[in-house]
Ligand binder design. Structure first.
Ligand code: GSH
Length: 222
């Protein structure tokens, strides 16, 4: 198994958590340096034409892409511990909350979007940061409202079982920190992320614990 990764990538962070929870270690982790734009180089473009990480190459050569698709694949092939609840309505809630992060929030702040804002619309660095802060805040409000208002929320997003939604919350928290979103208005969100980070498999997947990472997320500008 080969994982195409970069320390700072939040989508790869999601997959790293799932791999760790499943007790899987890729044979090779291939660095795709997003700061140098390596995701756009031909050698990676042939792996994932979307020019985004993560990508995972299975032992038989199958190329997997899109973090949620990769995580659900891992969950199907390696069912223990399960990352989705068994009840269909609970599964839908977990997938819905995961998608708020992975489909509605995170895609608005990835490098290609921030670079387009800067180069095409001449938006300066504070303006791009304001954009990221805005979209993070919108999704944090939605997440906190759901989490705080639902009886299904427990130690984790869905009761006491760690699911894909918790994995997504961890990534959202790192993004929110980068865009300087104050966590105080989101106590349920923060409590769950803190709970997740007590688990070694989650903690060691953190972006700042990866090779090449700086001391702080905020010390890099891209
Ligand atoms: N929806 C994708 C997002 C993938 C994505 O955009 N990854 C970022 C890093 S977190 C990336 O590689 N961006 C490259 C770019 O924007 O140029 C997923 O969840 O896997």
């Amino acid at each position: 198994m080969k994982l195409f990764s970069f320390w700072r990538s939040l989508a790869t962070y999601r997959v790293r958590i799932a791999l760790n929870l499943k007790g899987l270690t890729p044979d090779e982790v291939i660095d795709v340096n997003l700061i140098k734009g390596e995701q756009r180089e031909t050698k990676f473009r042939t792996i994932n034409p979307m020019m985004a990480i993560p990508a995972l190459i299975e032992n038989d050569g199958t190329v997997l892409f899109e973090s949620l698709a990769i995580i659900e694949y891992l969950d199907e092939v390696h069912p223990k511990p399960p990352l989705l609840p068994s009840d269909p309505k609970a599964r839908a809630r977990v997938r819905g909350l995961s998608q708020i992060v992975a489909c509605d929030s995170h895609p608005l702040v990835v490098p290609r979007v921030r670079e387009y804002l800067a180069h095409e619309y001449k938006i300066d660095e504070p303006g791009v940061m304001k954009w990221g802060h805005h979209w993070h805040t919108k999704s944090m409000i939605a997440l906190e409202t759901n989490l705080a208002g639902s009886k299904q929320t427990g130690k984790f997003v869905q009761g006491d079982q760690l699911t894909i939604a918790d994995i997504c919350l961890c990534g959202q928290a790192v993004g929110a920190f980068y865009f300087k979103v104050d966590m105080a208005p989101y106590p349920t969100f923060k409590r769950i992320v803190d709970e997740c980070n007590k688990i070694d498999a989650v903690a060691r997947a953190h972006p700042l614990k990866q090779p090449g990472a700086p001391a702080s997320v905020c010390s890099t500008r891209r």
